[in-house]
Design a protein around this ligand. Structure first.
Ligand code: PMV
Length: 335
């Protein structure tokens, strides 16, 4: 049986990764810590078929662009090499949320693809090996293989293997993330190009690389001690330090829109009024707000009043990537 279907959730970094080691191995230059979100998901099916001349990829019901197709074929080539498989694959993937605009669709996408492809190829890899495979296509995808709070160490040049690690599933900690969606457009500058540009031209890049490990360690300790205030403060410092570094690139890399700034001010206002709410922003204009689950309805209502906010998705800690119903017939439970 050379077919499998997997589901994975996006994750949002609270201690950000921005920058690669630069040795061509897609290794992150800094450690990161994220939260996997239950409210959004990517479902991907992979079937290796005799007779196909090339991989066929459908994303959200339409043919993949040549660029998207190439990235997917790269991952499939690694799986084919490991499984000694010659067959090309038919891949179908769909997100139940906006694709490629800083909502972490590459994280859930490559995590689901890595799991579905390895299972379709009948490789019995553990979660760490699947995470490492996903990481080679999209660093943040390594983290979406796991649920809840997840860490990913910085890469060491020369050491090729790097997988994420689960830190806390988060189910017994009543926290939530409100995702304020500010656009349905695809993002302008993808994260890989944005990072390379920042590394090459930003005078603050070295300062960011020096600071990020300390922010990561503070975030890790805050999660372990379930300290929302400490984690939130750290998440804001990490996001704004990352964006300040990108803003100082030449020409400037601006991921914020006017709505991004308005949503951040709205959250600062809520905090002044006594609600524990903290923002983070990725390589796109959306604003994600970490809070207690009990406060999420109030925060969602406030964010919906911000001009330009299209919708607010409330998420709780999500589960690890998994094989879709029926696929466990392969006889190997995953993660
Ligand atoms: O996973 P990538 O290589 O597309 O980069 C993701 C970068 C950020 O989302 C901005 C930060 C992070 O750690 O997820």
């Amino acid at each position: 049986m050379k077919v499998a279907r997997a589901v994975a959730h996006p994750n949002i970094a609270l201690a950000k990764y921005w920058g690669k080691t630069g040795d061509g191995q897609n290794l992150p230059a800094v450690p990161s810590l994220s939260l996997t979100l239950d409210a959004m998901s990517t479902t991907t099916s992979v079937e290796f078929l005799p007779g196909l001349e090339a991989d066929q990829v459908i994303i959200n019901g339409g043919a993949a662009t040549p660029d998207e197709g190439r990235r997917i074929t790269h991952l499939l080539d690694r799986v084919r090499a490991a499984a000694r498989l010659g067959e090309r694959a038919s891949v179908e993937t769909a997100n139940d949320f906006p694709t490629a605009s800083g909502l972490a669709s590459s994280a859930s996408g490559f995590a689901a693809l890595a799991l579905a492809a390895t299972r379709a190829a009948e490789l019995s890899w553990d979660a760490a090996k699947v995470s490492d495979l996903a990481r080679r296509s999209s660093v943040s995808a390594a983290r979406s293989v796991y649920g809840g709070f997840v860490t990913l160490a910085a890469g060491t040049p020369g050491a090729e293997f790097l997988a994420a690690q689960p830190l806390l599933d988060g189910h017994d900690w009543p926290i939530a993330m409100c995702v304020a969606v500010t656009t349905l457009e695809k993002k302008g500058v993808g994260s890989t190009d944005g990072m390379a540009h920042t590394r090459a031209t930003s005078p603050y890049y070295a300062a960011w690389i020096a600071k990020a490990p300390e922010l990561f360690e503070r975030a890790r300790r805050a999660v372990v001690s379930r300290d929302l205030e400490a984690l939130g403060a750290c998440a804001e410092e990490s996001a704004f330090a990352m964006h300040a570094t990108a803003l100082a690139a030449a020409p400037a890399l601006i991921y914020f829109s006017p709505t991004t700034v308005a949503a951040v001010l709205c959250v600062q206002n809520l905090r002044r009024e006594g609600t524990l709410a903290f923002v983070t922003i990725d390589a796109g204009p959306h604003v994600k707000v970490l809070c207690y689950a009990a406060d999420a309805p109030r925060i969602r209502a406030a964010l919906r009043e911000v001009e330009g906010v299209r919708e607010v998705i409330v998420a709780r800690p999500g589960s690890p990537a998994s094989l879709a119903a029926g696929e466990r017939a392969l006889g190997r439970d995953f993660a």
